[in-house]
Design a protein around this ligand. Structure first.
Ligand code: SF4
Ligand code: FES
Length: 353
């Protein structure tokens, strides 16, 4: 379960995955409601809780929220930019029972990281926080968000994960949804970069076996088949938005016609079995070519939100798929991107709360 505690964030990343319409602070769930939701989640069978945002440290009551999650028996992972965390807060989070920290990294030096994050001084702060996290003894995952502007730095990014004492690095290429779609031309990797990243991940996995786990979310436009988004809709994951609406994925509200129930009005277990979660669960909703495809149990037809965004039909095969009627749309975007120059970040549209 992903708990988006707030949409507030000091960074302004041009690939922000939060919805286009952000939730104001006054509409955020309070700590007592989160505690109830965590108990309901544990009873429903949720094992892992990702405390996210926005920047979760923007909430002054993060420590109390974390404690209530730990009391509910959930494994807790804090997904953070690091900005807003201090030694005192990390100690308090440890005492609250926080199990794991996932720190995002936008670049390998201040020039690159602060350009992407839109936050001067962010890189230095992040490096300090990484040391504090290590000193506190938290298991650390580095979340490296990659795109055209920083993919050439991937070898250094992986090296930094080792230096910072991370156990895992998630090399996550930007998914071109929501706000990222506005910056698609600037962020879309070139084909050479996509291939280089695949090779570098393979090299690092072999060289760092037993020292660093390297997870990889490839740039999916360059793939022949889509990713199994959320492991299948309504299958294993759920997202609770800052105002309490519960969704099968973070972009689900881009699909028209779905109504998302709120934890204020229904128990989590009822919402899990409700209409929004059932809309694309299983295989009955599938059209051809997915309906009769051998891969349907592997990728579940890909991403519903991407099918909506590109093909205008959330039940269509993800247009990333080579067999999908909409693949031409992805190829056209790739050709346009390949032909475009750039790589200096000029003209990026930043995401500010
Ligand atoms: Fe996946 Fe559908 Fe493509 Fe088959 S046709 S690979 S199920 S997206
Ligand atoms: Fe919604 Fe993929 S982001 S299903």
């Amino acid at each position: 379960m992903l708990a988006e505690l707030t949409h507030r964030c000091p960074l302004a990343c041009p690939y922000c995955s939060n919805p286009l319409e952000l939730t104001a602070r006054e509409r955020e769930l309070d700590a007592a409601t989160w505690a109830r939701v965590f108990r309901e989640a544990a009873a429903l069978g949720v094992l892992q809780l990702h405390l996210s945002g926005g920047e979760p440290a923007s909430r002054r009551d993060l420590e109390g929220i974390t404690a209530s999650a730990a009391e509910a028996g959930l494994y807790t992972n804090l997904i953070t930019s690091g900005v807003g965390l201090t030694e005192r807060r990390l100690r308090a989070l440890e005492a609250a029972g926080l199990d794991h920290v996932q720190l995002s990294l936008q670049g390998v030096n201040p020039q690159s990281a602060d350009l992407i994050g839109g936050y001067a001084g962010g890189f230095e702060r992040k490096m300090e926080v990484a040391q504090l996290i290590a000193a506190q003894g938290f298991p650390l995952t580095l979340n490296a968000v990659m795109h055209r502007l920083n993919l050439d730095d991937l070898p250094r990014m992986i090296e930094m994960a080792v230096e910072l004492g991370a156990r895992r690095i998630e090399v996550a290429c930007v998914q071109m949804h929501g706000w990222a779609a506005r910056n698609r031309a600037a962020l879309m990797p070139t084909r050479a970069q996509a291939e280089g990243a695949k090779a570098e991940v393979a090299r690092a996995r072999a060289a760092l076996k037993g020292r660093l786990v390297v997870d990889f979310v490839p740039p999916d436009y360059h793939s022949d088949y889509p990713k199994a988004c959320m492991g299948g809709w309504g299958s294993t994951g759920l997202v609770v938005a800052p105002d309490g609406r519960v969704m099968p994925c973070h972009a689900a509200e881009t699909i028209p016609g779905l109504v998302f129930q709120n934890v204020a009005e229904a128990p989590l277990a009822d919402i899990w079995r409700g209409p929004a979660f059932s809309a694309f669960r299983g295989e009955d909703w599938m059209q051809e070519p997915c309906r009769s495809c051998d891969r349907r149990g592997l990728d579940f037809g890909g991403c519903r939100c991407q099918a909506m965004a590109l093909a205008g039909d959330p039940a269509a095969a993800d247009p990333v798929c080579r067999k999908a009627p909409g693949r031409g749309l992805v190829d056209a975007l790739l050709s346009a991107s390949e032909a475009s120059v750039g790589g200096d970040g000029a003209g990026l549209a930043y995401r500010r709360f």
